[in-house]
Ligand binder design. Structure first.
Ligand code: HEM
Ligand code: HEM
Length: 408
């Protein structure tokens, strides 16, 4: 069956997302006390690799019309689960080993996208597919920096602060990879893709250069000298902001025109709003970082975590939930009532969680239920868990149920 790989990637992604959401709930309520660094990194990478990147793999197979690939998806999920558990174990050798196998997985899917694009011809490729190929290219670069950090940690006992490998890694992955693939998949789901325009090409170029430049400026701050290392992150952010303005212009109207009462398209549409929010928060964070003369300890933790969840939940979880709903349209809608609870719970939960992080600050380390994070983040977490259960059931059900209901 042609779409088996897509379905399977979504299923593995959703299953791993359960762990992310449960750890998020533990962090929000603090009922088990403050989570240690290993557990926080497990929350982070189960979300970004286990959920988001497995989902992106599914969408990549889908957009390029790939067939089969079931075994590749299974091996990718296995490697990803092993790497997430390695983070949890805190064992630096396991982290270096499975970080490296994860990089191979990422290289494989980058190659799949690149080869498929090449077959179609880069000169004819539409904007969504171009966005995905360039986004996955940044993922390869960001993940290579991550693996380098893992190997240095295992061999020398620490990740060097200069150059700022972790900052360069994180900014490539979020401000580069996620922005590009999200823009591509949103345009494809909202408009059907198929078009190529100069403005669209400029958009892809700005977003690609903006993400890489930000990462590069953190990596080479020491070599660039004080003036350039202060100016470059700001210039990079301007590139990304300009790309986002083009996005709002090119498909903002299509986003506003979706049905807000039912269906998957509203998840895709609201993701545009969170994309704009995330990039604005990123610009403010870069501003704080420049004002602090590159001292990451001086930036606001609440702002950083607000930015993280705008990208990971507001943008990517909406894109993926919406895409799975649309992918599954020919299947029975188990628990039809759940759709509205998931959409409003996830989005009102995420919006109030982000607002609280920005105004009251981070709740990490606070006593249980003493910080407003404890009351807002669980709305988002419980809606995510309901989404996982509902979508897994729908992905599992067979389309035959629909067909057999039709008159013979
Ligand atoms: C093969 C893939 C990846 C590898 C090898 C990797 C590796 C790492 C390492 C070694 C760290 C630092 C951990 C520490 O402080 O001890 C880290 C942090 C981080 N990673 Fe990844 N990672 C990968 C994928 C991703 C992806 C796909 C994303 C996002 C889409 C991501 C986002 C982040 C963020 C936001 C941080 C935290 C930076 C901070 O502490 O402020 N990573 N990663
Ligand atoms: C793709 C999904 C997600 C990713 C990648 C992600 C990532 C992160 C990151 C990077 C942090 C900062 C950890 C640190 O201090 O190093 C964090 C904190 C947190 N996450 Fe998530 N998260 C995701 C989903 C969720 C969900 C569904 C919940 C639901 C309850 C949640 C709740 C929290 C809470 C409460 C904090 C602490 C915020 C604070 O008080 O400062 N996260 N998450």
């Amino acid at each position: 069956m042609t779409t088996a790989g897509v379905r399977s990637a979504f299923q593995y992604g959703l299953a791993i997302f359960t762990l992310t959401a449960l750890l998020g709930l533990a962090n929000a309520t603090q009922v088990f006390g403050a989570l240690d660094r290993n557990t926080l990194l497990t929350h982070l990478h189960s979300g970004t690799l286990g959920w988001i990147t497995m989902g992106v793999i599914g969408l990549t197979i889908w957009i390029f019309g790939g067939t089969g690939r079931l075994m590749a998806v299974r091996l990718s999920a296995l490697s990803t689960a092993a790497y997430v558990l390695a983070f949890w174990s805190g064992n630096v050798y396991a982290r270096a080993t499975f970080g490296s196998t994860e990089l191979l997985v990422i290289l494989y899917w980058w190659w799949f996208a690149f080869a498929s694009a090449n077959r179609e011809g880069f000169g004819r490729l539409d904007i969504p597919k171009l966005s995905v190929v360039f986004g996955l290219t940044t993922l390869v670069i960001g993940s290579s920096i991550g693996v380098l950090a893992q190997i240095l940690l295992a061999s020398t006992g620490a990740i060097p602060q200069t150059p700022d490998l972790v900052g360069a890694h994180a900014s490539a992955q979020t401000g580069g990879y996620l922005v590009l693939v999200a823009a591509g998949f949103i345009e494809w789901q909202l408009t059907g893709g198929g078009k190529r325009s100069t403005l669209g090409l400029v958009q892809v170029g700005l977003l690609f250069i903006g993400g890489l430049l930000l990462s590069f400026s953190l990596l080479s701050a020491a070599q660039l000298g004080p003036q350039l290392s202060q100016a470059l992150p700001g210039i990079a952010t301007l590139f990304t902001l300009a790309g986002i303005v083009i996005i709002a212009f090119r498909f903002g109207r299509a986003a506003l025109g979706v049905s807000w009462t039912s269906g998957g398209a509203r998840h895709i549409a609201i993701a545009v709003g969170f994309l704009i929010l995330a990039v604005i928060l990123q610009a403010i964070l870069v501003q704080q970082f420049i004002a602090a003369q590159g001292d990451v300890n001086k930036v606001s933790i609440g702002l950083l975590h607000a930015l993280d969840h705008s990208y990971f939940v507001g943008l990517m979880t909406n894109v993926l939930f919406g895409a799975v709903l649309i992918f599954n349209m020919d299947r029975p809608r188990t628990w039809p009532w759940a759709d509205n609870v998931i959409f409003w719970g996830l989005n009102l939960g995420a919006a109030s969680f982000i607002a609280v992080l920005l105004t009251a600050g981070s709740g990490e380390g606070a006593k249980p239920f003493t910080n407003p994070v404890s009351f807002t983040a669980p709305i988002m977490g419980l809606a995510a868990l309901l989404g996982i259960a509902t979508l897994l059931m729908r992905l599992q059900s067979s389309p035959a149920a629909v067909t057999s209901a039709a008159p013979a």
